[in-house]
Ligand binder design. Structure first.
Ligand SMILES: C[S@@+](CC[C@H](N)C(=O)[O-])C[C@H]1O[C@@H](n2cnc3c(N)ncnc32)[C@H](O)[C@@H]1O
Length: 290
């Protein structure tokens, strides 16, 4: 059964019916989802909906809202439905070609931005490995006027989206997007920093992820082999080769991978490495210096 709204529906009634429909379909935060979709359609802030609750929807808004609620009821993430996600205060185009940028990754970007030795050194060369939507490289480029980037991904489709995002944000000239495996396109000892949010979920954990992740986000963006470390292991070696002496590697990891990744960093030959917790106190990032 699909969601239908009789015209003319007022905002209050449209939201009430949409919330009930999403709840019936087992969607969490059903009211919030309805509010996001409707406020985006009306071009207003979510809280403004309460002030406009008696306003009727136009026939076009009514149709668009119905269609979007039906997509949300199938478990499709709101960011894909709207085609946009926020990262570090910037809007990125997203669709099923890329992972939806996550708040944990914003913490990684903040850690990179706070590492002064990197930014005090002229025009640093950085790599963003597994760039997806391009959110990391683009946000770093927007936050610092210095620095140029190599952004890699094996997905040509994700790279097309990342290039589009870079153009929208006016930073295309500073980011070279390349389809390749990890850092295979990087010149040895050329980089001041490597930043990456790689696939790190164990293959067996894939089936346990939320259905809105499993059914909509690219599996290749998330799954990192039997122990989740297959890609990180290879990236560790490649990052060490691609970094200049003193270069720094920033990596997002799974909450239970800290000890294993520190060991990998030491075994690869990094001089010093440390973990950093996210806001929930879980170790979700590693920094290692060559
Ligand atoms: C977890 S997503 C991260 C996307 C984006 N950087 C972010 O933080 O939202 C991992 C990305 O790595 C890419 N990827 C997977 N294997 C790769 C490989 N061997 N070489 C380069 N990129 C790879 C995937 O296509 C995906 O875009």
């Amino acid at each position: 059964m699909s969601f239908t709204l009789h015209h003319p529906a007022i905002i209050h009634e449209a939201l009430r019916q949409a919330t009930a429909f999403l709840e019936e379909h087992g969607i969490e935060e059903s009211r919030l989802t309805g509010e996001w979709l409707l406020s985006h359609e009306l071009g207003c802030a979510r809280l403004e909906l309460a002030l406009r609750h008696q306003e009727p929807l136009s026939p076009l808004s009514n149709r668009t809202f119905q269609h979007r609620i039906n997509r949300a009821a199938m478990g499709e993430p709101v960011q894909y439905i709207l085609g946009t996600a926020e990262f570090m205060g910037h809007a990125f185009r997203v669709d099923r070609r890329c992972l939806i940028p996550r708040p944990e990754t914003e913490r990684l970007a903040e850690w990179v931005l706070g590492f002064d030795p990197l930014w005090n050194a002229g025009d640093p060369a950085l790599a963003d490995v597994g760039t997806g939507s391009g959110c990391l490289a683009i946000s770093l480029a927007l936050a610092r006027s210095k620095g140029h980037y190599l952004a890699t991904d094996t997905s040509a489709a994700a790279l097309a989206l990342a290039r589009e995002n870079a153009a929208r944000h006016g930073v295309s000239a500073r980011i070279r997007f390349i389809a390749c495996d990890l850092l295979s396109a990087a010149t040895p000892a050329s980089l001041a920093a490597v930043v990456s949010n790689p696939p790190y979920i164990r293959t067996t954990d894939w089936a346990r992820l939320d259905r809105n992740v499993r059914n909509f986000e690219p599996c290749a963006a998330l799954v990192g082999g039997p122990d989740g470390l297959t890609i990180i292991r290879r990236l560790m070696t490649q990052a060490l080769q691609a970094l200049k002496p003193g270069g720094v590697f920033f990596l997002e990891i799974g909450a239970d991978q800290g000890a294993a990744v520190l060991e990998l960093a030491q075994a690869a030959g990094f001089r010093e490495s440390q973990l950093r917790p996210d806001l929930a106190g879980k170790d979700r990032m590693v920094r290692a210096v060559k």
